[in-house]
Ligand binder design. Structure first.
Ligand code: FAD
Length: 462
């Protein structure tokens, strides 16, 4: 048995970042992880492997569609799927090993195994019970499914199975047009699969700016993805190497069946709290099965905190990281802070999609008077040279004060461009502040400035 200032359960981006920050604050820290490698969902079966496959498949798409136009002649590369998976696994390995190195460097002990909390101040891992003044639960989330849909991770898969398929399927059905379904759907479509996305709602990526949703669906359709919208999946019947998906159209109740080699169930994720012993501890939960916390990430049991996917809020790695740092600061007696109004969301398809702050729909509902400055990447020289003219930047600013309230980007490097606006929002900047800032030419970021100019006198290149 060992005694610690802090024990963190779970080594995803919430847990490992919290551990490093605790160590930097001079706290004796341990992290508990049941997986064989550190890094959680994000590094092992989430953000990192999906981005590796998105990158590789995008390279193929570029070779097939744009190389010849640039005078790069020759046969397009063919897909060696085993090697692509090996590249993905190597990327995972480099990242998980990196976290292990960071734990050692910061003198954080890794307690290997699945942890539980027998009582406040104690964490049990295997047969060992360790003492901790503070405990942070960062146990993350797991994929959720639908009634009537049984996942076998072979023919009917979640994102985890979709990251290690035996071969590229001929036909794939994706249930759910959210971020994960569209990213992985794009990967397989680029690799040659016929991909059909079945979505319950009438728009893809629920909660996003409606104009972006429409443009995004149009561009993905152009890339070969087929969308069946307003369809409620009733059942998935899995056979050895195929599956049958039955759905009902919401508008007329008509029933339809489609076949697929692989069905990807991408209907969201749910908090993972199994085996922690939360019931016996009397830890309060929300109606959606998340751990309830106060403004300082503390549960109703003193000394037990929770962060990341297991609590309320967007299920994003960077949100978990921010909470990890803030909770560590609180535990160290400092003031931890997360600005939930400025958490960017990114979809890593091609083009990328990124957003921060309010949507037009939310502003209208709140009765806030706003102005929208929009600029198309067609007017951006760099984007045109790089075959990346599809998409736009839209900045929403308060009609009276000009303060930036939100931004929505679909286009090249959207996931990087959004951060300029995040920083501006953190500093309470106006659209004019951005418009007056010199932006290097030729860069995609000029489109951000043009959108800011469009909130005032008007953009220059449109
Ligand atoms: P997790 O990363 O889920 O880590 C929790 C860890 O706790 C796990 O390793 C688990 O084994 C461990 N654990 C749980 N219970 C115990 C226990 N009792 N004892 C010991 N260990 C335990 N987010 C982004 O921001 N950007 C992206 O591009 C992105 N892409 C994604 C792609 C996919 C396919 C998926 C599935 C997710 C993606 N996400 C992305 C979401 C992101 O992965 C999560 O938001 C993030 O990992 C949450 O971090 P966390 O620390 O809360 O939990």
């Amino acid at each position: 048995m060992a005694s610690y200032d802090v024990i963190i359960i779970g080594s995803g981006p919430g847990g490992y970042v919290c551990a490093i920050r605790c160590a930097q604050r001079g706290l004796k820290t341990a992290i508990v992880e049941g997986r064989d490698t550190l890094g959680g969902t994000c590094l092992n079966v989430g953000c990192i492997p999906s981005k590796a496959l998105l990158h590789a498949s995008h390279m193929l798409h570029e070779a097939e569609h744009n190389f010849a136009t640039m005078g790069l002649k020759g046969k397009s590369p063919s897909v060696d799927w085993k090697q692509m998976l090996a590249y993905k696994d190597d990327t995972i390995g480099q990242n998980t090993k990196g976290v292990e190195f960071l734990m050692k460097k910061n003198k954080v002990d890794w307690l290997k195994g699945w942890g539980s909390i027998p009582e406040a101040g104690k964490v049990k891992v295997g047969d060992d019970v360790h003492e901790a003044k503070s405990i942070v639960i960062a146990s993350g989330s797991e994929p959720s499914s639908l009634p009537g849909v049984e996942v076998d991770e072979k023919v009917v898969v979640t994102s985890t199975g979709a990251l290690e398929l035996g071969k590229v399927p001929k036909r794939m059905v994706v249930i759910g047009a959210g971020v994960i379904g569209l990213e992985l759907g794009s990967v397989y479509a680029r690799l040659g699969a016929e991909v059909e996305v079945i979505e319950f709602l009438d728009a893809i990526t629920p909660g996003m700016d409606a104009e972006v949703q429409r443009q995004f669906q149009k561009l993905l359709t152009k890339q070969g993805l087929k969308f069946t919208m307003g369809a409620a999946v009733q059942s998935v019947e899995a056979m050895k190497t195929k599956a049958k998906v039955t759905y009902k159209m919401r508008k007329d109740d008509s029933e339809h069946t489609v076949d697929a080699d692989i069905v990807l169930v991408a209907t969201g994720r749910k908090p993972y709290t199994e085996g922690l012993g939360l019931d016996a501890l009397g830890i309060e939960m929300t109606k959606r099965g998340q751990i309830a916390v106060d403004a300082h990430w503390q549960t109703n049991v003193s000394g037990i905190y929770a962060i990341g996917d297991v609590i309320e809020g967007p299920m994003l790695a960077h949100k978990a990281e921010d909470e990890g740092m803030a909770a560590a600061d609180q535990i160290a007696g400092k003031h931890g802070h997360v600005n939930y109004g400025v958490i960017p969301g990114v979809i890593y398809t091609h083009p990328e999609v990124a957003n921060v702050g309010m949507t037009e729909e939310a502003l209208k509902e709140a009765g806030t008077k706003y102005k929208a400055g929009k600029f198309s990447f067609m007017g951006n020289g760099r984007a045109k040279a790089n075959f990346a003219g599809d998409g736009f930047v839209k900045i929403l600013a308060d009609a009276d004060t000009d303060r930036i309230l939100g931004a929505h980007i679909i286009g090249p490097a959207a996931g990087d461009l959004i951060h300029e606006i995040c920083v501006a929002m953190e500093f309470g900047a106006s659209a004019e502040d951005l418009a007056l800032t010199c932006h290097a030419h030729p860069t995609y970021s000029e489109a951000v400035r043009e959108a800011a100019l469009a909130c005032g006198l008007g953009a220059i290149h449109s």
